[in-house]
Design a protein around this ligand. Structure first.
Ligand SMILES: Cc1ncc(COP(=O)(O)O)c(C=O)c1O
Length: 374
């Protein structure tokens, strides 16, 4: 059936003399979203910008979320993964048959695993042994060699990041991609995420906000939007509990000791990374978002917008709402929807887990029907 329909579409295009791009427009697919020659790699980025209608109504603003969960590896980190690998290739550090090594328990590892398969590299991942078996299994089934090592602080030479660095140094034709301090990560967002947001809003974006793990997405996107708008677009860091960056910005540059923690994954930072450092001065401010607000937004996004999002995305949405309220009606505020809830469902929608984290009460009463797991 489908094949017949596709043939008919192609035939009607030939009969009418329409160019292929004309057919593509007729079914709403731009050439930018068409078939790239680089396979998986061409499917990274160019994600939709979704209007969050309820929050837009509430604030009188356009609150927009960039659907990074639609990247082929499932998260915003696909962009950084591609750029750090291609940076190593361009610098001659990685040649065909080489090995990529990274210290990560999360989305960067998944993004790297996809990119390495697509490019034919081996991938070695070091991670703290406190991580779930599910994460280890996923990376292994994506072809990575995984080393869970004791969870010790960054100051300890046995920390997983240092072990990753040493592993790469022991091999020929291998690179430690070093996502935190390798600025090819922020460049991914300067060259792709920022320009996409600028074009998708036709230059009408007024503010951008998101949380930071490595800081790559906030720094690169901010720099592009500031440059494109000649400084008009405002940028705000969104910070979870347990991160030091909000107090760093509010205090005008004092780095406090890390204290407390958050249920969010992939975000929160104890230092200013090399990715964030050049751009931190460009920020117009920061917002601190509690886990209670983040959890409530997980359920609101699901119920009101039909969006099944992970906690870091929902923290970003709360931040976008607060920035919109701060700037007032008529503004266009953009944030990132970093990944979906799939990997976190057994926690975010479990009554036991919510009670354990003292977050059950944060779920609005009328939305508790979504707590479907015991
Ligand atoms: C789910 C999720 N959200 C947000 C981030 C933060 O992105 P960045 O490292 O660009 O600061 C990460 C990073 O790993 C992530 O995994």
């Amino acid at each position: 059936m489908l094949r017949t329909a596709a043939r008919q579409l192609a035939a009607s295009g030939r009969r009418s003399g329409a160019a292929v791009s004309g057919d593509a427009r007729a079914i709403g697919i731009s050439q930018a979203q068409g078939i790239g020659q680089r396979g998986f790699l061409d499917a990274i980025g160019k994600t939709p910008l979704i209007r969050l209608n309820k929050l837009s109504e509430e604030t009188g603003c356009n609150v927009l979320g960039k659907a990074e969960f639609q990247n082929p590896g499932g998260s915003v980190k696909d962009r950084a993964a591609l750029f750090v690998v291609e940076d190593a290739e361009q610098k001659g550090l990685l040649k065909p048959g080489g090995t990529v090594v990274e210290g990560t328990a999360g989305n960067t590892g998944i993004g790297l695993a996809h990119v390495c398969r697509a490019k034919g590299y081996r991938l070695v991942i070091y991670m703290p042994d406190t991580q779930s078996q599910g994460k280890i299994d996923l990376l292994r089934l994506l072809g990575a060699e995984v080393y869970p090592v004791p969870a010790v602080p960054l100051t300890d030479p046995q920390n997983y990041n240092h072990q990753a660095q040493r592993h790469a140094a022991r091999l020929d034709n291998a690179v430690w991609t070093n996502q935190f301090d390798n600025t090819a990560n922020a460049r991914a967002h300067f060259e792709t995420t920022g320009p996409e947001i600028w074009h998708q809003t036709a230059g009408t974006v007024d503010a951008f906000t998101c949380a930071t793990g490595t800081g790559g997405s906030l720094a690169g996107t901010t720099r592009f939007l500031k440059e494109a708008s000649q400084g008009r677009v405002k940028a705000y860091l969104a910070d979870p509990p347990g991160s030091v960056l909000h107090s760093y910005i509010q205090s005008g540059g004092k780095l406090a000791e890390r204290a407390g923690g958050s249920i969010t994954e992939g975000i929160g930072q104890g230092r200013v990374t090399d990715n964030l450092a050049p751009e931190i001065e460009l920020l117009d401010g920061s917002v601190h978002i509690s886990d209670e607000k983040t959890i409530a937004m997980v359920y609101r996004c699901l119920d009101e917008e039909g969006l099944y999002l992970g906690a870091s995305s929902c923290l970003n949405v709360v931040a976008a709402k607060e920035v919109a309220e701060m700037l007032g009606p008529g503004n266009t505020v953009v944030t990132l929807l970093c990944d979906g809830a799939y990997r976190y469902a057994d926690r975010l929608f479990s009554r036991r887990w919510l009670e354990e984290k003292k977050l059950f009460g944060a779920v609005p009463e009328h939305l508790r029907r979504y707590i479907v797991l015991p």
